[in-house]
Design a binder for this molecule. Structure first.
Ligand SMILES: [Zn+2]
Length: 353
């Protein structure tokens, strides 16, 4: 098949365009953003980034293993004069299926090397368990948070079990520990551990060209879910805020997120995220002071999304994320001594500390 290199590549429109529109967008010389579709419409799309190197391509993240995403990736690479056979390595920011699973499918065909942060091993081991009930651990945790009614609803919707092989769950070739320097064409990427969204989350930073491949750690228009993993950190929001401080302490860079448009400054967005969570912590504490007992109670008193929706206006999946995130705020308040809790008959009961 003949390729005319780069004929369909357009400059990245940044925040001025619809970031979800399929295509091959040049973000920086030799660095391309390839938005791929997702099966659910909540996040709308996931950005995979392709970096041109002498011996092929390095891809940051891979997309969700669904036929539409595979087709979009084939088309986007074709615009670069490449095929999936030219991808020599996937650097996956974290284990969530919209980032990881397509890499596993591609590896089955082409033997491509797949790298993932070592901190995600615990969660991956669990999701690789055959016939595990989907979201089993997360749903158990949700009961402790006071959301049993929601759990029953979700279990009815999810069905009995899942097939890890079909879903694209296999171990990576390389476990990244953090601190690795990875050659990718003109870029030298440093793998920087940023636990929070998941425990193994990695961002990839090239300081010379001021680019940060941020995965879901720093998103330009939304906040990543926190506190929703099969193996949960004792203080996921504390981890996340520490990881925001890590990237804030590094040289500023353009933000290349997994969901949303490319923007100019990681630091500007980190400051906004820190302010958001500070406000959220105050609101959470105020809800406990006003008599809320469980994370579910608190989540019901807060508003959600930029549209300030009430908890029961969200779909069940997003209600689950909202309650888990509320619990993450409560765990951090507990670690700070601002609230205390006891587990009483399978319910975590908070009070002002
Ligand atoms: Zn994601």
């Amino acid at each position: 098949m003949l390729h005319t290199c780069c004929v369909d590549v357009t400059p990245d429109p940044g925040a001025a365009g619809d970031w979800t529109a399929p295509g091959t967008y040049e973000v920086s010389r030799g660095v391309f953003r390839l938005p791929l579709p997702l099966p659910n419409d909540g996040l709308r799309a996931v950005n995979v980034y392709a970096i041109a190197a002498d011996d092929g391509l390095v891809l940051v993240d891979s997309g969700w293993a669904i036929p539409a995403a595979r087709e979009a990736l084939d088309t986007a690479l074709d615009a670069l004069g490449h095929t999936l056979a030219d991808v020599r390595r996937f650097l996956v920011t974290h284990v969530h299926r919209d980032h990881y699973t397509q890499a596993i499918y591609v590896r089955r065909e082409f033997g491509t090397s797949v790298s993932l942060g070592a901190g995600d091993k615990g969660s991956l081991d669990i999701v690789m368990t055959p016939a595990r009930a989907p979201l089993k651990e997360q749903l158990q945790h949700l009961r402790l948070l006071g959301a049993s009614v929601l759990v029953d609803k979700l279990m009815a919707a999810l069905g009995p079990d899942h097939d890890p092989v079909k879903a694209g769950w296999e171990l990576p070739d390389v476990w990244l520990q953090g601190g690795e320097r990875i050659d990718a064409g003109a870029l030298q990427l440093e793998a920087v551990p940023t636990p929070g969204h998941t425990q193994g989350h990695m961002v990839f930073h090239d300081t010379a060209s001021s680019l940060l491949f941020a995965g879901d750690h720093v998103l330009p228009t939304i906040t990543p879910s926190i506190g929703f993993e099969p193996v949960l950190s004792p203080n996921p929001l504390g981890d996340f805020l520490s990881s925001l401080a890590v990237v804030r302490g590094r040289p500023d860079a353009r933000l290349l997120p997994a969901h949303g448009p490319v923007t100019d400054s990681v630091h500007v967005r980190v400051d906004q995220l820190v302010a958001h969570h500070g406000k959220r912590l105050d609101e959470t504490l105020a809800a406990i002071a006003a008599g809320a007992v469980s994370a579910y109670d608190v989540a019901g008193q807060l508003t959600w999304t930029r549209r300030e929706r009430k908890l029961d206006e969200l779909d069940p999946f997003n209600q689950m994320l909202a309650i888990a995130e509320t619990a993450a705020h409560l765990e951090l308040l507990a670690a700070q001594g601002r609230v205390a809790y006891d587990d009483v008959d399978g319910l975590r009961c908070y009070r002002v500390g």
